[in-house]
Design a protein around this ligand. Structure first.
Ligand code: SAM
Ligand code: SF4
Length: 499
């Protein structure tokens, strides 16, 4: 049973120790659970530790710091994390230096209680404390074992770690533009684990995007829990001298669109109740803005939406979709759905199914409701039995599979722009296999099994394309845009031919 969540008090930001230039190299192993926000946090963890000579490793046995960067959006996260800690614990017997820590949302939620539960755990810290991880490690290595740091910083004291490219920049990269969430969705733990919304200054975002593009990225996805409320907290000078006033999300998009060499911008997630008209107006106007929109609806019945504290009705949502499609006829839409919210009846679930059939999203992320400790919905009880939730989820997924298949099939015969990211998983597997069996194998040997590059359309559909082997190995296609004729559609992937 998880500890009830409390909004932690805020604290002033501590100062990180000076990097020890001559520090001997140490290895850090981080295991990441959950969403893209956590993947981004893991990158920042590596980044803040790099000046202290911590090198990333995939091998926990080599590490002198092991961190589990956790997610608590749905349950079982804690059990998963505890059993993983149990598997790692024996390493401490062989390595006195080893610091074992838990970060991310479970850490924030559990705080010091996690140290009580897991006697061999050394460190627990929430997402606000990534920037000060070096000081926490310093304190532990200085003799202060078993630290828990889960206070939230005041908005004005919170500092973002300015992202540096990792050295293996991908064609498509994520850029966090804000942290936290000021919404009060009754089922959701994020406001408790990530704190209040804080927007990253727009100039910092611009620099991050420019650096990513300079090191090979062609597409960026701007990340936040509610990107369309970006900037609300950046009053006047907080936005930086180039702005001098509060930036809005559409203004930020316009600024990023101007980065030379950037081909595509995506963003996630938008909330249907935050300012959206200015955002809709940018489709068709900004060169890089992709024709794709993720707009979580969560449920298709007004009573459930009201209990969820989403503050819109199904009709308001419908109207937003109408405006989006009017402005951008080829727009791909996706959404999030929760089934089995407390008190949800069969008829209310039918309303969600009817909305899916009506709107015809390109794809959806559907979840069974999961009670989160301390949330308002947890007080309503977890009233829908597990087998009913499962049956509802199956129906939602089956309906959506049919819709997605039809939409995918409608691409056949069309010509689309594809941004190539690398070899398809099949080609990567086959190529690896070839090289493992025959270390000297040459590219033409691999060509015999067929080479495929994978990429995405602007509408976020995955496309696999056969390319000539020599060009594949010279990596000519990675990061390139090409016109592709779609010849075949499968459940989640399109296949096409280069034009
Ligand atoms: N901020 C975004 C929003 O408002 O949609 C996304 C937040 S959350 C990381 C992603 C999705 O997880 C939510 O849209 C919701 O569908 C789902 N989710 C959040 N809390 C949940 C819960 N307690 N049980 C099941 N699904 C949940
Ligand atoms: Fe959670 Fe709602 Fe905030 Fe999304 S908007 S993170 S669902 S509280």
């Amino acid at each position: 049973m998880s500890t009830p969540v409390q909004l932690a008090p805020t604290a002033p930001a501590p100062v990180a120790p000076e990097p020890a230039v001559a520090a001997p190299p140490r290895f850090v192993h981080v295991q990441t659970f959950g969403c893209q926000m956590n993947v981004n946090d893991t990158d920042r963890i590596h980044q803040v530790l790099a000046p202290y000579n911590y090198l990333p490793t995939d091998d926990p046995a080599k590490a002198s710091l092991i961190l589990l960067n956790t997610c608590s959006i749905r349950d079982r996260a804690e059990q998963k994390m505890l059993s993983q800690l149990g598997r790692l614990a024996p390493l401490k017997a062989f390595n006195d230096e080893l610091i074992l820590g838990v970060s991310g949302c479970v850490a924030q939620q559990e705080g010091a209680a996690l140290l009580d539960k897991v006697p061999y755990l050394d460190l627990v810290f929430g997402p606000d404390h990534i920037a000060t991880l070096p000081s926490l490690l310093d304190r532990i290595r200085g003799g202060e074992r078993r630290l828990s740091e889960t206070t939230f910083y005041k908005r004005e004291d919170f500092t973002f770690v300015e992202a540096e490219p990792r050295g293996d920049t991908r064609v498509t990269e994520f850029v966090t533009i804000m942290k936290g969430c000021d919404k009060v969705c009754s089922y959701c733990i994020v406001p408790f684990t990530r704190g209040r919304e804080v927007s990253k200054p727009p100039d910092m975002i611009r620099r991050e995007v420019e650096r990513l593009v300079a090191s090979g990225a062609r597409e960026v996805t701007l990340l936040g829990q509610n990107v369309n409320s970006y900037g609300k907290d950046l009053l006047g000078p907080d936005a930086g001298p180039r702005w001098g006033r509060q930036p809005t999300f559409p203004e930020l998009l316009r600024d990023i669109d101007a980065v030379p060499g950037l081909e595509r911008i995506r963003f996630t997630t938008s909330h249907p109740m935050d300012a959206i008209d200015g955002l809709i107006a940018l489709f068709g106007e900004l060169r890089t803005l992709c024709e794709y929109f993720h707009l979580p609806v969560q449920a298709g019945h007004d009573r459930i939406l009201s209990e969820m504290r989403r503050f819109y009705t199904v009709d308001v949502y419908r109207e937003t979709v109408r405006k989006l499609r009017e402005r951008c006829p080829g727009l791909a839409l996706s959404t999030d759905i929760i089934v089995g919210f407390p008190g949800e009846t069969d008829d209310e679930c039918e309303a969600t199914l009817a909305l899916l059939a009506e709107i015809r999203f390109n794809f959806i992320y559907a979840f069974k409701y999961s009670e989160r400790p301390g949330t308002r919905a947890a007080k309503m009880g977890d009233t829908v039995p597990e087998d009913v939730k499962k049956a509802r989820l199956n129906r939602v997924q089956a309906l959506q599979e049919g819709i997605t298949r039809e939409i995918m099939e409608s691409y056949v015969g069309q010509t689309v722009e594809v941004l190539f990211e690398g070899p398809s998983s099949r080609s990567a597997r086959e190529a690896d296999g070839t090289f493992q069996r025959e270390p000297g194998a040459t590219p033409p040997r691999v060509a015999s099994v067929g080479l495929q590059m994978t990429g995405t359309t602007r509408t976020h559909a995955q496309v696999n394309v056969e390319v000539p082997a020599g060009e594949f190995w010279s990596r000519r296609w990675v990061g390139q845009l090409a016109q592709v004729a779609i010849t075949e559609a499968r459940a989640n992937t399109l296949f096409g031919r280069l034009l």
